[in-house]
Design a protein around this ligand. Structure first.
Ligand code: GDG
Length: 487
């Protein structure tokens, strides 16, 4: 069966719709975000389904019934994998978020290698694989997303279920020296080789993966060039590729051109008295480098006192994993830092840091992107970072500047026209801010228009197509890589 006729089955930890209790009644709310908007039309057009957890472990809730109604509206099927509170604790908060998340972001000291987490991770992966086996047929293409579900292909095979499978990792893949710290390193890497295609965000992630393969499974032979290569495991071959994820460029650009959004952006600028706006937008997570960023703002104001009263730093931090102590502590740390910087530098009529701890509706976020003169995107490590791309898409006047961490996957594509920084180097970041503050209109336009061209071309639809093509194409010889993907 050919690529464009296979039914697509997407499997992820969470469904693209969440159950929420509103006015005492459970409702289904559609998820937003690039992945959902890119995959929904594909699922609708070629027929398909999405399998994932509904987001609630309440046994009283008829998740399947609620989702069935939602499915008919969405135009594709949604199936839930019911999980108990213990399963969510061990597999999601435990193994996924206390082991894989920090380890794969090179933050091994934050890992808690609890063997019970591993066992629960396997149990839940098995549960997912049972649902996938039941709901799909051998003609389907099964696309599994992210680090929560790395054992799907292995378990499907162990059940004797033959499926064509692709896996995409949204977060970085660590270099061998870090991966080797994982107590279950061999089992995990072996499970990944059971997919037909394994996709990463960057060539560097792909190289890290093949580096780990060389160490742990020396029989693996890598061949080919380009974005997608083949790995011969002796008894079977898999493909391994780099597919930098992106955004729906036109959707963001169109939003930024809407009258209400432009008015709102003007309102934001006016409220800040038309001072230059430096913007940070992140889920509140320790990988995003928010404390370091605030310290670099402090360094900026100390080193370059001429900028006092000239700039405002606006940080939007979206609440995330609030039930976890570490995230609550991070929130406190950020709030104290904001207080300290404002305490040190404010004067009547000027407060340097504006901090928002909440989620904004999409058009409000677009207004902030549009209003900002500089986006300061400085994660300590990031798979891709979509905020960097969204900022450029919304910068329809092409007068903004992007300062980007060299440790974000996005840097591999955007390095030529973003100002790259090391987020740990507070003086380097301050210098970058000072430099771009003095960029003239022409310099800003030149960089921004190139950034926008590139993101426009390699948008989320390109990403979906290239992954699916690599999953099914017979010959990888001339598989097209993303423009300018250099590492
Ligand atoms: C993982 C990887 C990879 C943020 N604030 C608001 C809001 N957002 C949206 C942004 C953006 C998304 O959240 C964040 O995406 P990122 O890519 O920056 O980061 P992660 O959440 O960590 O995502 C990452 C990604 O997966 C995709 O593969 O790029 O590296 O870690 O879309 O717009 N959205 C709204 N209001 C807000 O206040 N509506």
């Amino acid at each position: 069966m050919e690529s464009n006729t296979r039914r697509l089955v997407v499997v992820s930890n969470r469904l693209p719709a969440a159950l929420a209790l509103e006015d005492g009644r459970w409702q289904v709310r559609a998820g937003a975000g690039g992945l959902v908007s890119a995959l929904a039309p594909v699922l609708r057009d070629r027929g398909g389904m999405w399998i994932g957890w509904s987001g609630t472990s309440d046994p009283e809730v008829d998740a399947a019934g609620l989702l069935a109604d939602f499915s008919s509206e969405a135009g594709y099927d949604l199936y839930t994998v019911p999980l108990t509170a213990d399963e969510v604790a061990g597999y999601y908060f435990g193994f996924s978020n206390e082991i894989i998340w920090p380890l794969f972001h090179d933050l091994q000291t934050r890992c808690r290698f609890d063997p019970d987490y591993w066992r629960m991770y396997l149990d839940v992966n098995f549960k997912f694989a049972e649902v996938v086996a039941r709901k799909t047929t051998p003609d389907d293409y099964v696309w599994i997303h992210d680090y929560h579900l790395m054992h799907q292909a292995l378990f499907l095979k162990s059940m004797g279920v033959k499926r064509r499978t692709g896996f995409f990792l949204h977060i970085p893949f660590p270099p061998p020296d870090i991966f080797m710290k994982l107590p279950w390193r061999w089992k995990l890497i072996q499970a990944l080789t059971e997919f037909d295609l394994v996709g990463f965000q960057t060539l560097q992630d792909r190289r890290n993966f093949t580096g780990c393969l060389h160490r742990l499974m020396p029989e693996a032979r890598v061949s080919g060039r380009g974005a997608v290569v083949s790995v011969d495991m002796g008894s079977r071959t898999l493909r391994v590729g780099a597919f930098p994820i992106s955004i729906d460029f036109n959707q963001f650009a169109d939003m930024a051109r809407r009258r209400e959004v432009a008015d709102r952006a003007f309102g934001i600028k006016e409220a800040l008295r038309h001072r230059k706006i430096i913007l940070g937008v992140d889920r509140l997570d320790y990988t995003k480098g928010i404390p370091e960023r605030i310290r670099s703002i402090k360094t900026l104001l100390r080193r370059y006192p001429d900028l006092k009263g000239q700039v405002n730093f606006v940080q939007i931090a979206v609440p995330s994993r609030e039930e976890v102590d570490e995230y609550r502590e991070l929130r406190t740390e950020i709030e104290q830092l904001v207080g300290r910087v404002n305490g040190e530098f404010s004067f009547p009529g000027w407060v340097p840091v504006h901090y928002h701890y909440r989620s904004f509706p999409p058009d409000e976020l677009a207004a902030y992107y549009l209003a900002a003169d500089t986006a300061l995107v400085t994660p300590l490590r990031d798979g891709m970072n979509l905020v960097a791309k969204e900022y450029c898409a919304c910068n329809v006047d092409e007068d903004g500047a992007l300062i980007l961490s060299e440790f974000a996957g996005a840097a591999a594509q955007l390095q030529k026209n973003a100002y790259l920084v090391n987020p740990y180097d507070l003086e380097g970041v301050a210098k970058a801010l000072h430099r771009v503050f003095h960029w003239d209109k022409e310099e800003r336009r030149r960089h921004m228009s190139r950034l926008r061209d590139q993101i426009r071309r390699n948008n989320i639809y390109w990403w979906v197509d290239s992954f699916l093509q690599a999953g099914i194409a017979k010959n990888l010889g001339d598989f097209p890589a993303a423009d300018a993907m250099t590492y």
